[in-house]
Ligand binder design. Sequence first.
Ligand SMILES: [Zn+2]
Length: 68
Amino acid sequence: MICPHCLQGEILNARIIKTSELIKICDECDTIWNISETVSDNTGSLIDDFMKQRNCSSSWREFDIVKS
Ligand SMILES: [Zn+2]
């Protein structure tokens, strides 16, 4: 699925290693969606905000990519 924010990136399923939380993340602009959230251009969170709320850094090292 192509990201509705940047219209370039691919949306990947991932897991936050520290919290085991499943998310979707754009591999281009790093927008994050909760796994239950509908992916659209008026949903999604900035990686910095999302990860700060969980006391994690805004790094892809915090994620395990889930192969679909
Ligand atoms: Zn994107």
